[in-house]
Write a protein that binds this ligand. Structure first.
Ligand code: FAD
Length: 510
């Protein structure tokens, strides 16, 4: 039987882990590997919090795997070079891993790994771990495929392995530290890492905490404990999407508590969104760098075009939480301190950067990627574009920070907590005049959206990426605005030039 190497990436768990399961089933000599890649450490999306969370997860997983006789090697370097070196120490013939829908640097690395495997005669097998479908031809039927995958039996934790001869699982060198890797300690107070914490968080949510989910998710005060807080665990694969889905459905089916079931049903819908948004990056990796609808290229400075002094100062003030808009600043400061923020406030931060400050989404998106412990490229870049109005097919959603404060922090508690100097001379004046800033950007956006090129492009974006479950007809028209077949020119024009809508409770699909 072939020696088998399991390559771990964002899948740091024992349960429901297809590559580990396959290596165990083969009863061959096996080892597991995690590579700390310089391309990651040097990427603009990387933060010390991400590495800290990873190392903590690895430490736990290594103990669990060692108890089963499987050595988990942690090496630093570019993956093909690390594989080459390992192969000289131990001739493995099979490489098993999960598929990854990641940033551009992971895409490039996977191409290099595929080439290396081909040249070396190593068979690389990849397994799906979310609802994202590789080489998807059409979005038709996607939701059904998602359900099929998520309802399939979850894999149990594997039993005992036959360790690769050179590396007894019980006597491996210590994991590298942040210090040794030249990475500073994180400044954020993070949630605990690892599969045990992920499973405990899930259990606690489906057993009771999810009861108030729908009510709690909009305010940054209540969302902190009212949302599931599973996003970082999902992003690093410390729990599988299937495990979360199945625990949720089981709780809905068995609980006599109707309020809990109601809350969990709302939550269950969001789990589909996770994969729905990731699928967009899988299908079109360029959306990390450029607009879904190219007609908006050049609309705002940034991403290739240098920022002038005014916009550079705006970006800096936004990143530091000192824009003079207290709700915006409170959200940014809270995020910087904790690594997490609820959906609505994330959307407000981005809307403010795009519409009030007139910034392209790329630089603000990189800043947020570094702040979010749960950075998940497929969700992140799709949402950055959606909240900036560059998908071409969504109703523009412009958040008023004052209205968000009135509705979701009516007593000013959140603002006082994070912006204690608000109301004193130390707090800056608003960095832009809201009314004139919004008028200028809206005039330009609506002008562009009304052009024939924009309409043609919107149809193409909707066809390729649009949700078939959102109720949007294929041409991206406003729901319910068109005739029976949903294809009148007038309706299309209305949808794409209509005045901005009030933000929906938790965003929408596109
Ligand atoms: C600009 C912007 C950037 C974002 N970037 C990320 C990101 O990098 N990583 C990330 O996981 N989420 C991202 N989100 C989506 C959402 O804000 C987070 O998933 C959510 O706040 C995480 O907290 P939770 O796990 O407690 O969420 P819950 O409300 O408990 O939801 C459970 C899970 O459902 C999924 N989910 C919930 N809302 C969404 C959504 N709107 N879109 C897609 N999936 C969703 C997530 O996997 C989440 O963990 C972003 C949203 C915006 C507006």
């Amino acid at each position: 039987m072939s020696n088998t190497l399991v390559w771990l990436k964002r899948d740091l768990r024992l349960h429901d882990h297809a590559p580990l399961h396959a290596a165990h089933a083969a009863q061959c000599e096996a080892a597991a590997l995690f590579v700390i890649e310089p391309a990651w450490l040097h990427s603009a999306e990387f933060s010390p919090s991400h590495l800290h969370f990873t190392l903590q997860g690895l430490a736990q997983l290594r103990r669990e795997l060692a108890a089963r006789g499987l050595p988990l090697l942690v090496r630093v370097g570019e993956v093909p070079a690390v594989l080459q070196q390992l192969r000289a120490e131990w001739p493995f013939e099979r490489l098993l891993s999960h598929e990854e829908t990641g940033s551009g640097w992971t895409f490039a690395r996977d191409i290099a790994v595929a080439r290396w495997c081909q040249a070396q005669g190593v068979a690389w097998q990849e397994f799906a771990q979310t609802g994202v479908v590789r080489r998807l031809r059409s979005r038709q039927g996607w939701a059904g495929r998602w359900a099929q995958r998520m309802d399939a039996a979850a894999l149990p934790a594997p039993g005992a392995f036959r360790a690769a001869r050179p590396w007894p699982a019980s006597s491996l060198p210590d994991l590298p530290t942040l210090h040794r890797l030249g990475v500073p300690a994180p400044t954020q107070a993070l949630q605990p890492a690892g599969e045990a914490a992920a499973r405990a968080t899930l259990q606690d949510f489906v057993a009771g905490r999810g009861r108030g989910y729908r009510r709690a998710l909009s305010s940054p005060l209540s969302a902190e404990s009212g949302c599931s807080r599973l996003s970082a665990y999902l992003a690093f694969g410390m729990v599988s999407m299937r495990a979360v889905h199945q625990a949720t459905e089981a709780a809905i089916a068995s609980t006599p508590d109707r309020a809990l079931a109601h809350g969990l049903r709302g939550f269950a819908g969001r789990l589909r969104w996770h994969c729905h948004f990731m699928q967009k990056l899988e299908d079109e990796p360029q959306i990390e760098f450029r607009n879904f609808a190219r007609v908006f290229d050049g609309l705002r400075p940034g991403c290739g075009t240098p920022l002038d002094d005014t916009h550079a100062a705006r970006l800096q003030a936004w990143c530091e939480g000192r824009t003079g808009y207290p709700m915006v600043d409170a959200c940014m400061r809270s995020l910087r301190a904790t690594g997490w923020l609820n959906f609505r406030m994330r959307a407000m931060l981005v809307s403010f950067a795009a519409y009030h400050l007139g910034l392209h989404w790329r630089e603000p998106g990189l800043h947020l990627a570094r702040q979010f412990l749960d950075f998940e490229p497929g969700i992140h870049w799709s949402q950055m574009q959606m909240q900036s109005g560059t998908t071409g097919i969504n109703t523009l959603r412009i958040y008023s920070p004052a209205k968000q404060a009135r509705e979701h922090d009516p007593e000013g508690e959140f603002v006082r907590r994070w912006v204690p100097e608000f109301g004193t001379p130390d707090y800056p004046a608003p960095i832009v005049d809201e009314k004139s800033a919004l008028k200028a950007i809206k005039d330009r956006l609506y002008g562009l959206r009304a052009t024939p090129e924009a309409r043609a492009e919107a149809d193409a974006v909707q066809q390729r990426h649009g949700s078939r479950k959102s109720g949007l007809p294929p041409s991206g028209m406003k729901r319910g605005s068109a005739g029976p077949r949903g294809n009148s020119t007038q309706a299309r024009t209305t949808a794409r030039t209509a005045k901005p809508a009030e933000p929906s409770p938790q965003g929408e699909l596109f």
